[in-house]
Design a protein around this ligand. Structure first.
Ligand code: UDX
Length: 442
């Protein structure tokens, strides 16, 4: 097989680009990351990650400072010249109507195409951003050919290599994947990308670029649907005197179902599930196969955060009361507030005339800018001080360890557990009124 040069270029240093770049460097490949924000480039080159991700600072210290395998730059030409594979890891946000916004991708691909037009060296462009099926073989290929004057597959390689990284555990996910998916326009493009993954012992699936794009969307949409499914089962269980935790355990023991992503709660958030399900739903309508299931997943998730307010209102009227939100980030081990359920809960409480306090161990600045209308606290004790009720929104480990006496400082002893992680039996035995999402309504 042709021996490829495998210097890696990464465009975009968000949690996908920077984690992927750092992990490729950790495998021994030289990596150069391109970003347009000078502060980000500067902090990466000082091994200071511009994003919160477990283990990333230590990894950057190794690959940037000790081994000098990874550097960041503002100079696109430098990145291009020093790379043989160029991974595009740019945001693909939702448009107003839920469809994908390819703005960042289009403009970057045009710039890369112009550089391709000026070189005779073989380069493979690899889309790693989550893009709807048909994007790589459609708009990406067209823009590359138009701006380079060259032919895909003949003068340069083109592939799509989706990521399956969960925030908070992204480095581990990269290094221990269940599978590698590579969609490519030619065998040469496929083999070039595959050369980076030779040391992995998992399945490497070869498919088309549209196949790889669809695998990514179908994976995220299935996982999101699994979450909305267990949330609906939880809502039914509350009315039937059944604890959804027992149901999740019982069905999860079936290896066709698996226990994962069956934790009922206030709904899914983050930069991926909501955006990806909306984008795939938009595609389903565009191809005249509107997906009722994806629409239901989104509709259920839109209402789910409000379920904790319904539970609270069975105990008190929130008008004029002070409510404390325990946890604000969309999930633990990240400061990411994108589509966080806490935003919906806080705004709904404010609309109902409540005063709202919030605390998150990690999401500070991100939480303040995402939910400006609440009082932001710096500790659980500060949060619980004189509140009329507390709602657990994000299941940070520090909340799981709380004892009844930690809640003594509250005005009323009312606790709503939106993630089903508190020791509600001990709290109830200590005189607290505790409502747990998805638990039988006593
Ligand atoms: C997800 C996918 O898991 C990952 O493969 C993809 O690459 C990016 O999107 P991420 O968004 O980081 O990763 O978080 P994840 O851990 O998957 O959780 C997504 C949301 O679902 C979170 O809001 C989480 O609270 C919620 N969730 C997850 C549940 O409510 N219940 C569960 O059982 C699991």
């Amino acid at each position: 097989m042709t021996q490829f040069s495998t210097r890696v270029g990464v465009v975009g240093t968000g949690y996908v680009g920077l984690v992927s770049g750092a992990c490729f460097a950790d495998l021994g490949f030289p990596v150069i990351c391109l970003d347009v924000v000078p502060e980000k480039v500067e902090s990466i080159n000082q091994a200071q990650p511009p994003i919160f991700e477990n283990g990333l600072e230590e990894l950057l210290q190794k690959v940037v400072i000790e081994e000098q395998l990874l550097k960041a730059t503002l100079d696109r030409e430098e990145m291009f010249t020093k790379s043989d594979l160029i991974f595009v890891c740019l945001p693909t946000p939702s448009s107003e109507d839920g469809s994908i916004d390819l703005g960042y991708i289009r403009s970057e691909i045009k710039e890369i195409g112009m550089l391709l037009g000026k070189t005779s060296e073989w380069k493979t462009i690899v889309v790693k951003s989550t893009v709807v099926p048909g994007t790589t073989s459609g708009v990406v290929k067209t823009i590359l050919e138009e701006s380079s004057g060259k032919q895909t597959g003949i003068d340069f390689g083109l592939a799509m290599n989706p990521e399956f990284l969960m925030e908070g555990v992204a480095i581990n996910n990269f290094s221990n994947p269940d599978r590698i998916v590579i969609g490519a326009v030619t065998d040469k493009s496929f083999n070039h990308v595959k050369a980076l993954y030779e040391s992995f012992d998992c399945e490497i699936q070869k498919t088309t670029t549209s196949g790889a794009e669809m695998i990514k969307y179908a994976a995220n949409s299935f996982l999101a649907t699994k979450v909305s499914f267990i949330n609906e089962i939880a809502n039914i269980c509350e009315m039937l005197g059944v604890d959804v935790g027992e149901v999740a355990l019982g069905i999860g023991l079936d290896d066709r179902i698996s226990p994962r992503f069956l934790r009922a709660g206030v709904g899914f958030g983050g930069s991926c599930f909501p955006k990806d399900v909306k984008a795939l739903y938009a595609v389903s309508k565009q191809v005249s196969r509107p997906s009722n299931l994806l629409k239901a997943t989104l509709d259920t998730n839109e209402m789910q955060p409000l379920r904790v307010i319904d539970l609270l209102e069975t105990l008190i009227s929130v008008q004029g009361k002070t409510i404390g939100l325990m946890g604000l980030a969309f999930k633990p081990d990240t400061d990411d507030m994108r589509e966080a359920p806490s935003i919906v809960i806080a705004n709904n409480l404010l609309q109902k005339g409540a005063k709202v306090k919030g605390y998150d161990p990690i999401a500070k600045e991100t939480a303040r800018s995402a939910i400006p209308g609440i009082t932001h606290c710096n500790s659980v004790a500060d949060l619980l001080q004189e509140v009329d009720a507390a709602i657990l929104v994000t299941e940070w480990s520090e909340f799981r360890e709380l004892k009844p006496q930690d809640f003594e400082r509250m005005n009323n002893k009312i606790i709503i557990d939106g993630r089903r992680v508190l020791d509600w039996v001990t709290l109830q035995d200590s005189g607290y009124s505790v409502k747990v999402l998805g638990q039988a309504v006593p």
